[in-house]
Design a protein around this ligand. Structure first.
Ligand SMILES: *[C@@H]1O[C@H](CO)[C@@H](O)[C@H](O)[C@H]1NC(C)=O
Ligand SMILES: *[C@@H]1O[C@H](CO)[C@@H](O)[C@H](O)[C@H]1NC(C)=O
Ligand SMILES: *[C@@H]1O[C@H](CO)[C@@H](O)[C@H](O)[C@H]1NC(C)=O
Ligand code: FES
Ligand SMILES: [Fe+2]
Length: 411
């Protein structure tokens, strides 16, 4: 098989170089569609004519990425509008990340625009009030003798994992009962950062991860060769094959537990019910006969807005972290962040480029589809229902509906 591998490798390298050349190398490093506001605007306008469907709540409960760690240095503050909130995200001088409501309760200045980090506090730029990052209490008013007890602002829990800053969002304001875990390859720096991309997508958040449970879309959407835009003639004899597809929610382990399992194991399983897993195997099929470039992918869906994709090639493993954050009820910001062993960097970049192009195909569908509450499914689609049942755990009584969320965005 080594022979086929080097043939496949040379094949992919050739087209990789061709494509990299056409798209410019640095496009791989930082492929931002955000800058492409014509597309975003066009999608947005188009979405006005679109049928919505009967939507689930628009902001699920869980951890959502707001920034990447590298975007927030010590003593910096950034404004992020997401999940129907305006967050002032800041990093104190000892490295702790804090999140406050951006609007100062005094006279409503946006503290993230020109505010300053003072110890564990954020100082408002308008009159200099200082609010503690830990609990939102006002600590100091430069011109007043006494700080009233009611002078406080809202805080959100934050955590940092895999160089991503997350916020805990919960409609009932419950405390977090799980957290994104740090990947040890990333934290001990055996795998390095090799690039990121960013997309803005007009769809409901639940639709993005639903793809993982939708195995039938793989050959329809991701079957045709990834580089056919450029080398159309190739599509006749090269395609992608997707096999060994399996989607399982963690809670299905709960059902499979029998009486022999200890209470501890049962508890452990219950604690991980925010997770779901998917496996799939990719191969490139040449002339409907030869299979090259096998890639095994293990996907961990962790809560409503975070996914870890582990990719195992014969040359080694690498991973992509995917974050999905609702910026507006039907506007998702999706980022992919790539980590790989330094020696695999060229391979990882090509794979990442392939992933970007594949993802753009999904985006094209999401941007135009409606949410189908009662889909017309066949037996082979049953994971989609299992996925929807699993995802429903992230909604609660006060989760905002599309209409309530839209209303709160309007002036
Ligand atoms: C639109 O994109 C250009 C660059 O592509 C950028 O300079 C500009 O600020 C963007 N405008 C908006 C409104 O985002
Ligand atoms: C930074 O300081 C805050 C209090 O000011 C403390 O709660 C936190 O644990 C400190 N973090 C580190 C990494 O030392
Ligand atoms: C880093 O973590 C990975 C995964 O746990 C481990 O296999 C590897 O040996 C570690 N490397 C170092 C240098 O600690
Ligand atoms: S508005 Fe913030 S201190 Fe006055
Ligand atoms: Fe897809």
């Amino acid at each position: 098989m080594a022979g086929w591998w080097s043939f496949g490798g040379a094949f992919l390298l050739f087209f990789g170089i061709l494509v990299s050349y056409l798209y410019k190398i640095n496009w791989i490093k930082d492929l931002r569609l955000e800058g492409d506001n014509k597309t975003v605007l066009a999608n947005h306008l188009e979405s006005k004519k679109r049928k919505l469907g009967k939507l689930p709540p628009v902001y699920p409960n869980g951890w959502f990425a707001l920034l990447e760690s590298s975007q927030l240095g010590k003593g910096q503050v950034k404004h992020v509008a997401a999940l129907g909130q305006n967050f002032a995200v800041f990093r104190t001088n000892n490295g702790t990340v804090r999140i406050l409501d951006a609007y100062c309760p005094h006279l409503g200045a946006n503290m993230a625009e020109g505010g300053r980090v003072k110890g564990d506090c954020l100082e408002c730029p308008f009159h200099g009030w200082q609010f503690r990052g830990s609990d939102g209490q006002c600590d100091y008013i430069p011109y007043a003798d006494k700080v009233p007890h009611v002078a406080r602002t809202k805080t959100w829990k934050s955590c940092e994992a895999n160089e991503i800053i997350f916020v805990w969002h919960h409609a009932e304001e419950l405390e977090p009962h799980w957290q994104p875990q740090t990947n040890s390859h990333v934290s001990n720096r055996t795998w390095r950062y090799h690039g990121r991309n960013e997309f803005l997508i007009n769809c409901h958040i639940q639709e993005v991860a639903e793809n993982g449970a939708d195995s039938a879309h793989l050959s329809a959407v991701h079957g045709p060769l990834v580089f056919t835009k450029i080398a159309h003639f190739l599509s006749a004899f090269v395609r992608h094959s997707w096999t060994n597809i399996n989607w399982t929610p963690h809670n299905s382990f709960l059902e499979s537990l029998n009486s022999k399992e200890t209470e501890l194991e049962r508890q452990d399983s219950e604690n991980l019910r925010h997770r779901a897993y998917m496996t799939l195997r990719h191969r490139l099929v040449l002339f409907e006969r030869f299979e090259v470039l096998q890639l095994d992918v293990n996907v961990k869906q962790i809560g409503p807005g975070y996914v870890e994709l582990m990719m195992h090639t014969t040359l080694g493993s690498m991973c992509i972290f995917q974050t999905v954050t609702p910026m507006e009820p039907l506007l998702q910001k999706v980022t992919h962040i790539l980590y790989s062993p330094p020696l695999l960097a060229p391979c990882a970049s090509l794979l990442f480029l392939g992933e970007c192009l594949m993802f753009e195909r999904d985006v094209a569908i999401w941007n135009r589809k409606k949410f189908e509450k009662r889909p017309l499914l066949v037996k082979e689609d049953k994971s989609i229902l299992a996925y929807r049942r699993w995802y429903a755990q992230f909604y609660s009584q006060h989760s905002p509906s599309y209409h309530s969320a839209i209303k709160s965005l309007q002036w």
